[in-house]
Design a binder for this molecule. Sequence first.
Ligand SMILES: Cc1cc2nc3c(=O)[nH]c(=O)nc-3n(C[C@H](O)[C@H](O)[C@H](O)COP(=O)(O)OP(=O)(O)OC[C@H]3O[C@@H](n4cnc5c(N)ncnc54)[C@H](O)[C@@H]3O)c2cc1C
Length: 310
Amino acid sequence: MGLMRSLLLAGSESRWLRAQATRRAFVRRAVSRFMPGETLDDALGTATALRRDGIGLVLTRLGESVTDAVETDEVAAHYVDALERIRAGNIDGEISVKPTQLGLDFDRERCHAHLRALAGRAAALGSFVWIDMEQSRYVDATLELARSVRAEHANVGVCVQAYLFRTAQDVERLLPTGAGIRLVKGAYREPAEVAFPRKSDVDASYLALARRLLAGDARKAGGRAVFGTHDTRLLRAIVEHASALGRPARDCEFHLLYGIQRAEQQRLARAGHTVRVLVSYGSYWFPWYMRRLAERPANVWFVARSLVRS
Ligand SMILES: Cc1cc2nc3c(=O)[nH]c(=O)nc-3n(C[C@H](O)[C@H](O)[C@H](O)COP(=O)(O)OP(=O)(O)OC[C@H]3O[C@@H](n4cnc5c(N)ncnc54)[C@H](O)[C@@H]3O)c2cc1C
């Protein structure tokens, strides 16, 4: 892992830095490149332009490591509201939630109950719930939550991270459940005992897992396979592989982050693929933003430029 990436990921966990950064106008300006605003209205406001490009929406309210039961209830209520607003606005939208935002750290039963309720509400409103994957210490519990909620509701999927050694095995266990699987590279600081330290190995793991998800027997269980990446080399390889297998373009689904590789998002949608953009919003954006900087340390220059312009 590069030094800059390590420093940025370490910084993402610093409370002091969070307090400093969130007060600075120039940082907030730089963040706006990846986030349309802090409110649900700001996030929903992106739907019209995306729809014009044939692109759907996945909403995620930033927040993690919540340690207060009342706060988890508020988060769950917020997502119910988001699902209802999606439906009322006739928006092609889904939600993506972090288990630690719903209480995974201190009350697994509460987290489970919230996810079940959200999946039930989403099913009634014709939407879908994605479960984010956080640090490696949460993987077992998160997969167990996904399996258990999927046993009751079909409209649930979970994220898996290509940087973890264990993911190939996790995917084999998930496939028969019919849960949706969203494949990403992985955004956290993980030790070399559990994750590939080299980017080239992560990329190779991603492609191998993508091919596995596209295989005929993997598709039989019926769960959605979604590729969450901005890596144009991987995107092309996945499209080529799916087409060689005779999969219709529509069945090849890609999710990208708001503000990243917009031309690629539009190109994939024009080519007939299913494309959604994950739009983050909320006031708790600091650790999430630091992870975005770590993915592309050149982004630090955007922050510096915003400072110069202030
Ligand atoms: C829909 C979606 C959901 C996700 N959910 C999770 C999750 O639940 N858990 C988790 O651990 N991670 C999640 N991630 C983040 C993911 O793990 C990666 O950290 C992130 O996608 C960057 O990796 P990449 O595949 O784009 O490849 P990279 O090799 O990091 O990037 C490839 C290229 O994309 C562009 N790019 C990538 N990131 C940026 C950026 N921040 N700014 C500007 N350009 C950029 C650059 O041109 C770069 O060269 C999610 C990502 C997406 C798209």
